[in-house]
Design a protein around this ligand. Structure first.
Ligand SMILES: *Cc1c(COP(=O)(O)O)cnc(C)c1O
Length: 382
């Protein structure tokens, strides 16, 4: 079976894990945590970076740091992962869901303004597939209405908007290093704090509400409980693993690019441009589409995080999934829009529950094809 995803190993993970063990500090904020954080701060011009146990945790840290509370509203796209909204609902905020664009699952910037009220505290810019939201438009809205801009850049490592890295725009930005993302450590994440005024408090929230990080730096003699917080640090073992991935980021990205471009070239009829995927595999994908109507494809590459197809309706997608499965290929759909989720229907008054046909369409009709580093090799072997 060709899986949908297979976590890539660069080969250096074992060595760095051994080194972390030998260094003897296995909890967080040690040697490898510093290396990873500095990598991002320097390579992508981010503010202060904090490795966390997940992107979900980074978003929860963001909600604490911004003092989100009951009565607040946060604007979040409907077509996204649960955590983009759940982190703020945990603090008691209500969620205003933004519709997807007609031709792309990401949020429609033109539909954000009418969701803004005097209760709106923040907007979460989710860069779906690592394709940038229009940050100019969102920044203008943020300035005009004094709303905090947060990036959910979980999928968006090494992706750029007008030459500037995603994750450097929002006051805060959250990344994921879950094994399904371009670079990973099994489970992991990072909060980027681009507003210098928030750094000190972020460090306390990160360290369970204490100023222990200042103690480690020798700035204070004893540490204590200063604020709300939680256990957000990534262990050094995972940071060591992650650093092996980061050192190979360029290679990982160029491999994913080649695979993405092959899908794109094949389905747009430029079949002479195929670089790494076997033609037999691409032919199989195409043959299985026979009789399933008109099928659309992702056109914006983003950071080559994923490649999707778009069917006319859900039954056709289901038929295609089934046909591929019979041929030994696993393709998977993506989010079920959050505005229709069981939780949100019970959590919020009716006025918040909106009709979002574009998001619904992507929930019903979008299908992701396998995209991971070793895919070409695996296909040749099988
Ligand atoms: C993967 C993902 C998350 C969650 O990441 P974890 O590290 O698994 O918590 C959040 N938001 C988006 C958009 C994601 O793709």
């Amino acid at each position: 079976m060709i899986p949908f995803n297979k976590p890539y190993l660069t080969g250096a993970e074992q060595e760095y894990l051994s080194k972390a063990v030998a260094l003897g500090k296995l909890s967080g904020n040690g040697h490898f945590t510093q290396l990873c954080q500095s990598f991002f701060e320097e390579q992508f011009d981010f503010g202060k970076c904090f490795l966390t146990t997940s992107c979900t945790d980074a978003l929860e840290m963001a909600a604490l740091l911004l003092d989100i509370q009951p009565g607040d509203e946060v604007i979040v796209p409907a077509f996204t992962f649960v955590s983009s909204a759940n982190a703020f609902a945990l603090r008691g905020a209500k969620i205003r869901f933004v519709e997807s664009k007609a031709d792309f699952p990401g949020l429609d910037e033109a539909k954000v303004e009418k969701l803004i009220s005097e209760k709106t505290k923040a907007i979460v810019a989710v860069h779906y597939a690592g394709v940038p939201c229009d940050m100019d438009v969102l920044q203008q809205l943020s300035d005009k209405y004094n709303i905090i801009l947060i990036e959910d850049a979980a999928q968006a490592v090494s992706s750029f908007y007008k030459g500037k890295a995603l994750g450097s725009f929002g006051k805060l930005a959250a990344f994921s290093f879950h094994e399904t993302k371009n670079v990973h450590c099994g489970e992991g994440g990072m909060l980027v704090v681009n507003d210098p005024q928030l750094i000190k408090r972020a460090e306390v929230i990160w360290e369970k509400g204490t100023d222990r990080a200042a103690l480690f730096r020798g700035e204070i003699a004893k540490y204590g409980w200063k604020d709300l917080g939680s256990s957000f640090l990534l262990s050094e073992l995972q940071a060591a693993f992650l650093f092996a991935q980061l050192e190979n980021l360029a290679g990982i990205q160029s491999r994913r690019k080649a695979i993405w471009e092959d899908y794109s070239a094949w389905f747009s009829g430029k079949k002479d441009q195929i670089q790494v995927l076997p033609l037999s595999f691409l032919q199989l994908l195409e043959e299985c589409m026979k009789g399933l109507g008109e099928v659309g494809f992702q056109t914006q590459p983003g950071n080559y995080h994923l490649f999707y197809m778009l069917f006319e309706y859900a039954d056709l997608r289901q038929e295609y999934i089934q046909r591929l499965k019979e041929k030994g290929v696993l393709a998977v759909f993506h989010y079920q829009s959050l505005h229709k989720s069981e939780f949100i229907q019970n959590y919020q008054p009716e006025e918040f529950v909106r009709h979002l046909p574009n998001s619904d369409r992507f929930s019903d009709c979008l299908l992701r094809l396998p995209l991971f580093y070793q895919l070409p090799n695996l296909l040749v072997e099988s």
